[in-house]
Design a protein around this ligand. Structure first.
Ligand code: SF4
Length: 349
C-alpha cells in the first residue's frame, strides 16, 4: 500500500471491496479480512491477527485509528442505562445510549444528526438546532462503541439526536451495513426508525419494503395542538401523515408504533383520547405512551399518575391498543427527548 495517499476518516460503513479501494490494497482477501475484524468490533490492528505484520504496521502508520470518533464521557444510571458522548472528527459532539430491559435485552439508541431542526417543543435536542447530518460511518461507530460496553447488544433504535428521515440515505446506508449477515448481522426486525412524521421519509421507507420497524411520534391527534407542540405539523398535517401511514401499511403490512409523549394538562383529556382513537381508525398500530421526561430548560410538566390513569382508561374504553414505556435512562438524561449537548463544547450534563 502507498502510505502517502489520502486515507478515509473511518473504516466503518464500507463493504470489503470499498475497503480495498479506500486503503489502496491490492489483494481482495485483505478487504474481506479487515471487514470481518471490524464487524466483530475489533478496532485495533494488532488484534487483526490474520493480517501480515507488515500490513498491520503500514495501516497503523497511515491511519492510526479505524474510528473517526472518540468517547468523551460515559455515564450510567440506576436503571443500568449508559449514555456516551462522542467527539466527531470535526469536533462536534453527539450522544448515544445503551438501554437494557427487564429481560436483559440490550438496545442501542443511536443519533442520526448533530442536533435537530424539527423544533419539537418538548425535546431537549431541539434546543440545539441542527448542526449537520451524520454520515453512515458516524452512525455505525456509535453502535461499535456501545458494543464495546455490551457485546450482547442486539437491537437498534433511531431515537437519539436528530430526525432520521431527514438524513434518510445515510441512515439506510448504516442500517444495511449493520444488517449484513457477514457482518454485525442485526435483523431488520430488530431495528426501529422513529420519525416526527416526515411524510416523504415514511413513503420512502414504505417503498424499500423492508421489515424495519417504524415508530411515528404523534403526541397529539389535533392539528392545532400538534402544530403548537411539533412545528413539523405545519408542513405535514395529520391528514397527510395518516395518508402516508395508510400507504405504508398497505405495502409493508406491518404493525407500527405511534409514540405519544404525555404532557401535563396538554394532550391527556378525554377529548384528546377521542381524537387519537379516530386517528388510528383503519391503521394497525400500537400506541406507546411516554410520560414526558423532564428537562430543566423546557416548561412542560409530567402528568400525574391520576391524569395518566384517566387517559389510559379512556383509551381502553375506545379500544385503543397501548403500552406504557418505562422511563429508562432518566438518571443520565438519556431518556426519550433528553439528549442534548453543546455541540462544540462540553457535554451539558
Ligand atoms: S423529538 Fe426527535 S424530531 Fe423532534 S426535535 Fe427531538 S430529536 Fe428532533
Amino acid at each position: 500500500m502507498n502510505q502517502r495517499r489520502k486515507m478515509p476518516k473511518s473504516l466503518y460503513a464500507m463493504k470489503p471491496n470499498e475497503l480495498l479501494g479506500a486503503l489502496h490494497l491490492e489483494k481482495p482477501f485483505q478487504g474481506r479480512q479487515i471487514y470481518r475484524w471490524l464487524t466483530r468490533g475489533i478496532v485495533d490492528y494488532e488484534k487483526m491477527t490474520d493480517l501480515s505484520k507488515t500490513l498491520r504496521s503500514e495501516l497503523q502508520e497511515s491511519m492510526p485509528s479505524v474510528l473517526s470518533t472518540t468517547v468523551l464521557t460515559h455515564q450510567e444510571d440506576e436503571t443500568g442505562a449508559i449514555k456516551i458522548a462522542l467527539r466527531l472528527h470535526d469536533g462536534l459532539i453527539i450522544e448515544a445510549v445503551l438501554l437494557t430491559d427487564d429481560k436483559g435485552r440490550s438496545t442501542a439508541c443511536l443519533s442520526s444528526q448533530v442536533g435537530c431542526a424539527m423544533g419539537c417543543t418538548f425535546c431537549r435536542t431541539a434546543t440545539m438546532g441542527l448542526e449537520r447530518n451524520l454520515q453512515a460511518f458516524e452512525i455505525v461507530e456509535q453502535f461499535v462503541h456501545l458494543l464495546h460496553i455490551d457485546p450482547s447488544v442486539s437491537h437498534i433504535v433511531f431515537m437519539g439526536m436528530g430526525e432520521p428521515m431527514a438524513n434518510f440515505d445515510e441512515v439506510i446506508k448504516a442500517i444495511s451495513f449493520l444488517h449484513d449477515s457477514d457482518g454485525f448481522n442485526i435483523g431488520y426486525r430488530r431495528i426501529t426508525i422513529s420519525t416526527c412524521g416526515l411524510v416523504p421519509g415514511i413513503k420512502a421507507l414504505g417503498e424499500l419494503n423492508l421489515p424495519i420497524k417504524l415508530a411515528v411520534s404523534l403526541v397529539a391527534a389535533d392539528d392545532k395542538l400538534r402544530t403548537l407542540l411539533m412545528p413539523v405539523n405545519k408542513a405535514y398535517p395529520l391528514t397527510e401523515v395518516k395518508e402516508a401511514l395508510v400507504g405504508y401499511q398497505a405495502t409493508v403490512q406491518k404493525r407500527f408504533t405511534l409514540e405519544y409523549v404525555m404532557l401535563k394538562e396538554q394532550n391527556t383529556s378525554y377529548e384528546d383520547a377521542t381524537k387519537l382513537a379516530s386517528f388510528i381508525r383503519g391503521l394497525d398500530v400500537m400506541v406507546n405512551l411516554i410520560p414526558w421526561n423532564p428537562a430543566a430548560e423546557l416548561a412542560w410538566e409530567t402528568p400525574t399518575a391520576k391524569e395518566i390513569s384517566r387517559f389510559t382508561k379512556a383509551l381502553e374504553q375506545m379500544g385503543v391498543p397501548y403500552t406504557r414505556r418505562h422511563a429508562r435512562g432518566k438518571g443520565v438524561n438519556g431518556a426519550c427527548g433528553q439528549l442534548a449537548v453543546q455541540a462544540r463544547g462540553r457535554n451539558t450534563q
